[in-house]
Design a protein around this ligand. Structure first.
Ligand SMILES: Cc1ncc(COP(=O)(O)O)c(C=O)c1O
Length: 418
């Protein structure tokens, strides 16, 4: 470019001012925490890669054959031949995706069949499928409880529940985890005539404990509140027909909404809400996380529908999963680990670590010894705990549970945790 010839205006970089705030500065603490862990040469617990998945219970992870004990694949449906075949057939017949919202071009025969399978599974009048369980909570909660309404919920509720509450802008009144009296106290204080929604979970996924639903649902009804129960971690496993803690506690007919996910026992992705409320179908027009997003691909709803129908006949698998849960819980306790519950209450067993550093060390030792579990830390965990969360699968053999215990023993000794 020769000097003296005037050039058209070039865009100039905008100068930063000394007082400007970097919007990322709010993440500095977590960046420092992560860098601190990784600088010690640790494998990153939040960046595991599964290079090959061999079965619901085994995969090649970070180059090693690994037993999977942290996948929430409770009923092991991900490799069920009928489920896989249904997905392949739908892919061939309907293509890779719907490219549209359920209320426009995104409702295929498969979405209707999936909702029918859910109605049959829960014996309920209405079922609505969302693209994820997160969106099911976000959508249903924010749509039914708005400004001027009250939501009474357990303080340990899942992030998707909290986000649904925030989006709807109702008054949110949390109570201490699983505390029946505290819940009643909150309900008592709500002004008369206000809309009330009580939100509970069947199984709380951090510690693997269940809610006292019989008592809590009775109290909610006494105060005229609607009740929503998130059964993400119990569907398919808990209750005679796998309908969840609501079934086991005998309150399924008293709850207004059950929320669930396809990403755990069902073995794919997606979320749902079932209900007997006579006006429930209006949700399809007013619930923004249902309307303003693309629907699930046909292969996904086909696998979900097939899996849900098979789960109706899953009593042998349910019995085996309970055996696994009891054996692992007893084995870990006998080895001297501190657990989240005194007795096994679900397919989740949480091993409590002394602190994050020791927890990350134990996680890494387990993975190097061939076992994958979830490392959970605050703020996701209650009371600032660091947990190694183990979720069992109905496809874990008795022998595999034995191997899992051997790896825990070896790793616990190597790290000095036991
Ligand atoms: C209690 C609970 N609800 C909802 C969800 C969201 O499910 P999804 O994975 O389908 O978004 C989860 C997922 O971890 C969960 O644990």
């Amino acid at each position: 470019m020769s000097e003296g010839i005037s050039q058209p205006d070039q865009p100039q970089p905008i100068e930063a001012h000394a007082g400007d705030k970097d919007l990322f500065s709010k993440f500095d603490d977590i960046i420092a925490l992560r860098e601190g862990l990784l600088s010690q040469g640790r494998e990153d617990p939040f960046n595991l890669v599964m290079e090959k998945v061999l079965s619901p219970t085994r995969a090649i992870c970070n180059g090693r054959e690994t037993i999977l004990l942290g996948t929430y694949n409770y009923m092991g449906m991900t490799f069920d031949p009928d489920v896989v075949e249904a997905g392949k057939q739908a892919l061939a017949d309907f293509g890779t995706g719907t490219t549209g919202s359920r209320v426009l071009n995104g409702t295929y025969q498969g979405h209707k069949e999936c909702e029918e399978a859910l109605r049959d599974f829960y014996q309920m009048d209405h079922a609505m499928v969302f693209s994820t369980g997160y969106q099911a909570n976000l959508g249903i909660i924010s749509t039914i409880a708005g400004k001027g309404d009250y939501i009474v919920l357990d303080i340990d509720s899942h992030a998707s529940i909290w986000d649904g509450c925030a989006m709807g802008q109702a008054e949110v009144v949390p109570f201490k985890h699983n505390d029946i009296e505290a819940m009643e106290k909150r309900l008592k204080r709500i002004p008369e005539g206000a809309g009330k929604l009580v939100i509970l979970e069947g199984v709380y996924s951090m510690l693997g404990d269940i809610a006292p639903l019989k008592e809590m649902v009775a109290i909610a009804k006494k105060y005229g509140a609607m009740v929503l129960v998130d059964e993400a971690h119990s569907m398919g496993f808990i209750g005679e027909n796998g309908r969840g803690v609501v079934e086991d506690a005998g309150v399924i007919d008293d709850v207004d909404f059950i929320i669930g996910t396809f990403s755990k026992s069902v073995g794919t992705v997606g979320g749902f809400c079932v209900s007997n409320h006579p006006k429930f179908e209006i949700m399809r027009l007013v619930c923004r996380p249902y309307v303003f997003t693309a629907s699930l691909p046909p292969s996904v709803v086909a696998t979900a529908a097939t899996s849900i129908r098979k789960l109706m006949h899953g009593s042998n698998k349910r019995a085996h999963l309970w055996e696994n849960s009891k054996n692992l819980h007893k084995g870990l306790r006998d080895l001297g680990f501190k657990l989240g519950t005194d007795e096994p209450q679900s397919a989740i067993i949480a091993v409590i670590m002394p602190d994050l550093e020791k927890g990350a060390h134990m996680w890494e030792t387990l993975i190097r010894n061939g076992l994958y579990v979830n490392l959970a830390r605050p703020p996701a965990t209650p009371a600032g705990m660091t947990l190694l969360r183990c979720s069992l699968c109905a496809e874990h053999s008795e022998e595999e549970v034995g191997q899992i215990l051997e790896i825990f023993e070896k790793s616990g000794k190597e790290t000095g945790i036991i």
